[in-house]
Structures are given as C-alpha cells and as structure tokens.
Ligand binder design. Structure first.
Ligand SMILES: [Zn+2]
Length: 510
C-alpha cells in the first residue's frame, strides 16, 4: 500500500512538472476505480478504469460516413461495442451516456450525390436511416445522443477558430486550415509514427499536419466561416461534437482499430490543444476487424462486402452476436462457414439446455427434490470466473467457454438415470445462463419464431377485420360483440389492435 502511494506521488510530481501538450504517456485519471481493467493503446497495457462519478461514464463512438449501405465489417464493430457497453451497464452498474457522430458531409457523399443526380443531404439521410435499421436488426442499442456534422457547423467553426487564435492551427493559401503538429510534441501518443507521412498539399507546413477545415471547392457544398468558405475536415467533427456534449474530457472513446491512426490521434491532439489539457480521452476502445477467410479485410474498395440484411438471411442476429462474443473485442474475427457454424452450435447448446431444464424441473413424475452441492459449487465458481474475465478487458470468449462447461455439467446431471431429482441447481443454472446471455444482448428466441407469431397475429387481425366489417354492414350486434371480445383478449396478451383505419394495424404494447 505504502509502495503504491509513493509511486503515485512520484508519478503525480512527474506529471505536474510537464509542460502542456508534451505528455505522451497515459495519465491515470482522478476518481473512483470501478474494478475493471481495459487495454489502452497510449499506455500499451491494461489500465484501471477510474471514473469521476463511480456510476456515470461518458462514451463516444465514431459513427459511419453515410454514403453507402453498411456491411458485416461494420456490424461486427458495432455489435462488439454494444457488448462492451452492455457489460459496463449490466455487470458494473455504470450509467453510460452514449453518443455517436454521423458524418453526413464528406467527399464520398458528394460523389454519390453527383452519381445519383441527388443532393448530399438526401444521400446522407437515406443511408443514415438504413444504418439505424441495420443496427436495430442486430439488437444494437441506439446511442442516447446522435450528433450530425451538418447540424454542428457553428460548433465546429468555433473549435477551429480557437485553434487558429491560439496558433495551434494555421490558415493556408487555399482557405484550408491545418493543425500544426509541430506545436504539439505529444503527437503520436496513440500510435508511434516511424515513417513520415507524405505531404499531399503544398500548403502544409509539415507533412504530418492535417486539415481541420477544407477550403471551398467549386460546385461543392460549403459553409461560411470567419476565414472563408469551406467545410470541416473529418477529424475535427468528432472533437468538436464530443466537446459540445461532454466538455473537456471523455471517459470512453471507441471505434474500429483502423481509426486509431490518424483519426483518433488527430482527435486527441486537437482536443488537448483546444481544451489546454494533457489527456482528452481517458480510455480508447479499439475493435479488431472482421476478416474474410485468408486474412482479407472486408471493404468496399475490395468489393467483397456482405450487407447486413444478406447476413441475416443466413444467420440470426443472435448467431452473429455469439460469433462476436467468442472473439475478444480487440482481436480480428474471421467470417467463415466454420466460425458461423460454431457460433450456431454454441447457441443451440444453450437453447436446448434451457428447454431441457424447463422440462426437467417441471417433470410431474418426480416426487422429491434434492440439492447437489457439487453443481451448486460449480455454479458459484462460474459466477466468479465470469466476473473476473469481464473485469479484465471484457473477455467474453472466456465467459462463453465457462458457460458451456457449466451447461455440460448440468446436462450430465439431468441425463443421469437416477431416482434423484435436482430442480434447485438446474433452475439456478438455467436462470444464470439466461441472465448472462441476455446481458450480452442475446434475445434467445429464434427470429423464425418471431416471424411465425407475427404472421399468426396478422392473420387473426385481418380475419377479425373482415368479420367486423361484415357485421357492421349487417348491424349484427352479436358478431360485433364477439369481435370486441377478441380485441380485449388480444389486449390482455399485449397486442393492441387499432380499428380506426381502413386497414387494421396492431402493436405489441410490452
Ligand atoms: Zn471520430
């Protein structure tokens, strides 16, 4: 304890003696440790998660540039981030304030608008709408706050202006504004740069400088800033929008591993410069890629993408999530028949166990129940092991292995041909398995089952509608009364029918 304290004081003294912007190491935040350790690329190792308020954390994810349909590479990134968020919320009792930025103005969007003879806003709106539908079909929680670049031009302009005023950025001849990396010695703290980036602009002072504002190009959308017309650079958008929402520091900042450099590096540099701080994002969460077989990255430029609706034609959202759970969030995940088959098999093992457990516990032929200390002990060990795995960089793969082993032991006990009957440990294990999997965001019921139930309700509602119209025209009170009874019965099972339109509609009210 004393050793830790003296180390802490030494570190604090070291930090205080530094000049602003020079800190290239990770700084331990002040506050309340929540018992979780997460890998941080600035520290190059796992570091403790320390929050200002032990139950509140801020989280920003870089969202998509909405110029095309999302593919399963995006799906794996957002499913994995959703899992990490759910772990913080459900296992560690953290209220997460989540935000996501949507890049709705960009070269690719402008290109798409030109190709489709459309307006950039229409293109962006269409693909953003599609993106949220995709996320919902994968059971990904929508962020609580959504920030769109085109809605935040004033915020971004003020951000750039402050960088210019403090001489951390400079205005080039073509009206573009560049961040001056020479003024920020900590540049490269997320990813050490060995090679010099080739300058693609003669207006830059240094090759590493990056545009925070792009000067106006003829025929392209632009916004008026005090130094001239143009539009924001990609990196500045996130910094300005995060600062607007969360202020001078953020707990978690997340995105795919490809965003670490230059996007997140640049975000960190300009945000530290803007706020006059040494550390802006305390925890960088970088998700590994989804690879096609043979280590090929899935990308639009390689034309090997699979859309999310196409994925869901072959596999359920639960199966895809199970595949994501069995690969650590930081590591790449291979999309192959073998990986998906394993995920499907694992999911089936859990589902069959839950059904078998229910039937076993409700077996009317049994007369007396017993405890089973060995199985109860195994359950307790599994509970502890899962919490430990999650505390150490959200190791969901280990959790799945632990749960499968527990299920295997429970299955063995249920299948033992014995007069002994163990409803208590089997019920507890079934409850535990359900609770953990649901906390990871699995729905645990087949989408085909959902489709069948929806279709049955549709059929019933349509049939009732036809009967009701007929009864109304014949003024058949008895039949109308029967229709009302059906409506009320449906309401009692949380299906509310709306008769007021020409075509009847219904919703689940749960
Ligand atoms: Zn970003």
């Amino acid at each position: 304890m004393q050793k830790n304290l003296s180390m802490f004081v030494r570190r604090l003294t070291h930090v205080c003696s530094l000049k602003p912007y020079k800190e290239t190491k990770w700084l331990m935040p002040n506050g309340n440790p929540i018992g979780v350790y997460v890998y941080n690329c600035v520290a190059g190792q796992r570091v403790p998660v320390i929050l200002n308020d032990p139950h509140i954390a801020t989280w920003y994810s870089c969202g998509p540039t909405v110029y095309d349909s999302a593919h399963i590479g995006h799906a794996s990134c957002y499913v994995k981030l959703d899992i990490v968020q759910r772990i913080l919320t459900s296992f560690f009792n953290i209220k997460l304030v989540t935000a996501m930025g949507i890049t709705d103005i960009d070269d690719k969007i402008i290109k798409k608008a030109k190709e489709t003879n459309s307006d950039f806003r229409t293109v962006a709106k269409q693909y953003e709408h599609e993106f949220w539908l995709d996320l919902s079909s994968l059971n990904i929680e929508k962020p609580l706050i959504i920030t769109r670049v085109s809605d935040h031009m004033n915020t971004i302009e003020s951000f750039v202006q402050k960088l210019v005023d403090s001489e951390m950025a400079y205005i080039a001849g073509d009206g573009s504004v560049y961040f001056d990396t020479d003024k920020f010695p900590a540049y490269g703290k997320l990813e050490k740069q060995q090679e010099t980036v080739e300058s693609n602009s003669t207006d830059k002072r240094n090759a590493m400088d990056f545009a925070v504002w792009k000067g106006e190009k003829p025929g392209e959308p632009s916004w008026q800033a005090s130094w001239g017309k143009g539009r924001p650079g990609w990196h500045i958008e996130c910094s300005a929008m995060v600062s607007k929402v969360f202020g001078s520091q953020i707990d978690f900042h997340a995105g795919g591993i490809d965003l670490r450099f230059p996007h997140h590096e640049n975000e960190e540099a300009q945000s530290c410069a803007f706020h006059g701080t040494r550390q802006w994002a305390n925890y960088w969460i970088h998700v590994g890629h989804l690879q096609m077989k043979g280590d090929t990255k899935m990308s639009k430029s390689l034309k090997n993408t699979i859309s999310i609706p196409k994925l869901l034609e072959s596999f359920s959202a639960d199966t895809f999530r199970m595949a994501c759970l069995t690969s650590h969030y930081r590591y790449s995940i291979e999309y192959s028949d073998k990986v998906m088959k394993t995920a499907e098999d694992n999911l089936k093992k859990f589902k069959f166990f839950l059904k078998d457990a229910f039937n076993y516990v409700n077996d009317n032929t049994k007369t007396i129940g017993y405890y089973n200390d060995k199985l109860l002990h195994e359950l307790q060990t599994a509970e502890e092991s899962i919490l430990e795995a999650l505390k150490h960089d959200f190791d969901t793969a280990k959790c799945v292995t632990t749960l499968l082993s527990l299920v295997s032991s429970a299955n063995k006990l249920m299948k033992t041909d014995s007069s002994e009957y163990y409803p208590v440990p089997i019920t507890l294990i079934a409850e535990f398995v359900t609770s953990i999997l649901q906390k990871f965001g699995l729905k645990l019921h087949e989408s085909s089952e959902e489709a069948v139930s929806d279709s049955l309700i549709d059929t019933l509602v349509e049939f009732r509608h036809t009967v009701r119209l007929n009864a109304l025209s014949r003024k058949d009170k008895e039949l109308l009364n029967a229709c009302d009874i059906v409506r009320d019965k449906m309401k009692s099972i949380k299906v509310q029918i709306n008769d007021s339109n020409k075509t009847p509609s219904w919703v689940f009210t749960k």
